[in-house]
Design a protein around this ligand. Structure first.
Ligand code: BGC
Length: 367
């Protein structure tokens, strides 16, 4: 793990252009054609499929050749796909890693061949061969989720105590720790005050982790927690800090199995992330999860397209953070976008009016 609990977003610089790309910037750019390999991690979550396609179409729209593959959760396949992109002669790699520490060797080879490597949404760790990182303010995602719980339960004005359980994402994803720490730091003072109790005692990243970001894994863990720590008439669960919509829906399924009734005051507050259609539907209809964090992935795909274009054109990509994302070798120059909190009150404005999802897609629970 490469961050201190509070050492997250405090080294941020203002928007700046950084001339650190592998071979990309400066005089050598004359020969670049923009040939890019896009490697996406999974097709079980909406966002990666949509973004892969958006990136491909943006880059092709600029006249660049593109190889686009999705490794469907298999680390070895992702390595093999990236290796073959390098062998094909890509000049840029845009990678959302399945496992952030598994790419050192293939990226060393890429770097030998002068490829510029952009870590897409998930930072790639333990290699010097990452040039740029484009993502959202991941710590802020956790802050928004925990703040939703605090607001929704009226924790500032109510003595509680409130019983909360914590979920975190896949351990191989660097973002998981940022989401988790943003959430924990925000709840911290309430925990010390004794207003927030965590009956399971599971407050560290490892026991709360959800392998593969899987809803099924989360459902099983939630059921186990309910059976073990809430199986009496007194201990009521008030909220679940969940980092991602797929996990949240698994959590809700376990709660429903345990006879918690969605839409009633007694149903726990459940957070999420990614504004997946099925989750926005639940938020809109009041049938489970009450919040998600929207990250406008269209903007991220544009940002990364702009990074590639800047280098092809002989310039330097814009970044806005030089001191947060330490990958074990260096602080990787980053461009971080802002996440937005979404509830029943603003889903229309944030999700529908921005044309991220239509009301029909939300009602169908499918993008
Ligand atoms: C992304 C989240 C996503 C999660 C699961 C993380 O790396 O930042 O947006 O919910 O992966 O796909």
């Amino acid at each position: 793990m490469h961050l201190s609990r509070r050492g997250l977003l405090y080294g941020s610089a203002g928007a700046a252009a950084v001339s650190l790309a592998g071979c990309g910037a400066g005089e050598e750019s004359a020969s670049l054609t923009g040939f890019t390999g896009i490697s996406m991690p999974t097709d079980t979550s909406e966002r990666w499929v949509i973004e892969g396609k958006a990136l491909e179409s943006n880059l092709k729209g600029l006249g660049y050749d593109v190889i686009h593959q999705n490794a469907k959760d298999v680390v070895e396949d992702q390595i093999a796909q990236i290796q073959s992109m390098v062998d094909e002669g890509v000049e840029f790699l845009v990678i959302a890693a399945i496992d952030n520490t598994s790419l050192g060797q293939v990226l060393a080879d890429a770097k030998d061949k002068g490829v510029t490597v952009i870590a897409y949404d998930r930072l790639i760790l333990e290699t010097p061969d990452v040039d740029f990182y484009a993502s959202f303010d991941n710590y802020q995602v956790g802050v928004l989720q925990a703040t939703h719980i605090i607001d929704r339960l009226g924790m500032r004005d109510n003595p509680g105590p409130f019983n909360i359980e914590l979920f975190s994402g896949d351990l191989g994803d660097n973002n998981s720790q940022y989401f988790f720490m943003g959430g924990l730091d925000t709840l911290e003072s309430f925990i010390y005050e004794g207003k927030v109790l965590i009956p399971s005692g599971q407050t560290e990243q490892e026991p709360t982790a959800t392998a593969g970001w899987s809803g099924d894994v989360a459902q099983t863990r939630m059921s186990d927690l309910l059976g073990e720590f809430y199986d009496d008439d007194e201990t009521e669960l008030h909220a679940v800090l969940s980092p991602y919509d797929g996990i949240s829906r698994g959590v809700v399924a376990a709660l429903v199995d345990a006879d918690y009734e969605p839409g009633t005051g007694g149903f726990p507050v459940v957070t999420g992330q990614d504004a997946e259609a099925a989750s926005v539907k639940a938020i809109k209809d009041g049938t489970g999860q009450t919040e998600t964090v929207f990250k406008d992935t269209r903007q991220l795909a544009h940002t990364v397209t702009d990074m590639v274009k800047a280098i092809v054109d002989g310039g330097d990509p814009e970044v806005n953070d030089l001191g947060t994302y330490d990958n074990g070798f260096k602080f990787v120059p980053s461009l971080l976008l802002e996440p937005v909190d979404v509830t029943a009150d603003n889903y229309k404005e944030v999700i529908v009016d921005s044309e991220y999802l239509t009301e029909d897609q939300i009602d169908a629970g499918e993008a």
